[in-house]
Design a protein around this ligand. Structure first.
Ligand code: NAX
Length: 328
């Protein structure tokens, strides 16, 4: 029998994880023939709730679920993990200052970065979903000097999928007709969803749509503010779609993007497209066998350049802030 792949999930008793764990256990991440061992991290007060989730995982009788370990110590839970999905984070509560939010998350992601550094398997791949995802990934990476920087990523796939859904609606096609969508920059309201290189049934998406006013006044704000719209409608933040995107992102990283297409991932910049080296920013990437490459040579019009620069400037400010706090 095959050795199970060890997949760590943090924030395992939370809402996103409630969508995520059952899909991982059913084989959506690694394929139906690869057994998976779940390693679930929570804070101590949430362990009881997590035990309930474990009962439901057991009750699902997943053929591919080889084992489950839960706990509140990242040094134990991250031992030998091949994949780490860092979902748990400290949300911004009412009246909380930006600095307080960054330091609360800083404590989480410095500790988890160190624990991954010391205990994860040599082939570990890390996806940060917990917000502020890009900067949390930067903190974890900076505290894991023995793990190659390209093993850290942050989730902008939900934004990518949201952009696909909006474009499909506008063009009157199914999302499967779309290729080469790109999210640039930060997973925040400054992100830039770019249809100028996207394709609708093989044709340039911007030309098919032929409506710059829609791009600027409808498409961009709808994608950028989709998280808030879901909270407004559902009374709770996006959870199942965030779980689906976390699976899509990590599955494509491990198993590869389709020929003739790319995806969006926040990865460490090598200076491509003028994004300062070392920032974790969203780019168009192709993936193969657990490695990613930034798609090179795309021409950026002035509109795109301005949007990307603004989002990257925000990432630079977040980096400066966590640097000042001594977290990186
Ligand atoms: P919940 O508050 O439901 O769950 C978070 C869980 O994390 C809680 O159970 C909490 O106990 C746990 N946690 C806190 N500190 C921890 C630590 N040090 N170690 C382990 N677990 C810890 O939030 P949920 O709705 O599940 O969202 C999870 C995170 O995803 C949030 O930061 C949220 O902002 C972020 N999101 C990111 C998205 C993205 O596209 N990148 C979209 C969805 C989501 O909002």
């Amino acid at each position: 029998s095959t050795t199970p792949v060890k997949v760590a999930v943090t924030g395992a008793a939370g809402n996103v994880s409630y969508g995520l764990l059952f899909r991982i256990a059913s084989g959506a991440l690694l394929g139906p023939d690869t057994p998976v061992e779940l390693r679930l991290l929570e804070i101590t007060p949430a362990l009881k709730a997590l035990e309930g989730v474990v009962m439901e995982l057991e009750d699902s009788a997943f053929p591919g679920l080889a084992g489950i370990e839960i706990g509140d110590d990242p040094n134990v839970i991250f031992d030998g993990v091949n994949v780490a999905l860092l979902v748990g984070a400290r949300p911004r509560t009412k009246g909380m200052e930006r600095g307080e939010l960054l330091s609360a998350n800083g404590a989480i992601f410095t500790g988890q970065g160190k624990a991954l550094n010391d205990h994860a398997a040599d082939d570990v791949r890390i996806t940060v979903t917990g917000n502020p995802a890009n900067t949390n990934a930067l903190i974890a990476k900076s505290n894991a000097p023995d793990i190659p920087a390209e093993r850290f990523s942050a989730l902008t796939r939900l934004d990518h999928n949201r952009a696909l859904a909006q474009l499909a609606k506008k063009a009157g096609v199914h999302v499967t007709e779309l290729k080469k969508m790109t999210i640039w920059g930060n997973h925040s309201a400054t992100q830039f969803p770019d249809i100028f290189h996207a394709e609708v049934a093989g044709k340039n998406a911007a030309e098919v749509v032929n409506d710059q006013a829609w791009v600027e006044n409808d498409f961009l704000p709808t994608v950028q503010k989709r998280g808030a719209a879901i909270i407004e409608a559902r009374g709770a933040s996006s959870a199942a779609s965030a779980a689906a995107a976390t699976i899509d992102h990590t599955r494509d990283w491990l198993r590869g993007t389709a020929e003739g297409d790319w995806t969006s991932m926040s990865v460490v910049s090598d200076g491509s497209y003028g994004v300062p080296e070392g920032l974790i920013s969203s780019f168009p990437v192709t993936t193969k066998d657990g490695n990613w490459e930034i798609v090179q040579g795309l021409e950026l019009n002035d509109f795109s350049r301005g949007k990307i620069d603004a989002s990257v400037a925000e990432l630079g400010e977040e980096r400066d802030a966590v640097q000042e706090l001594g977290l990186i």
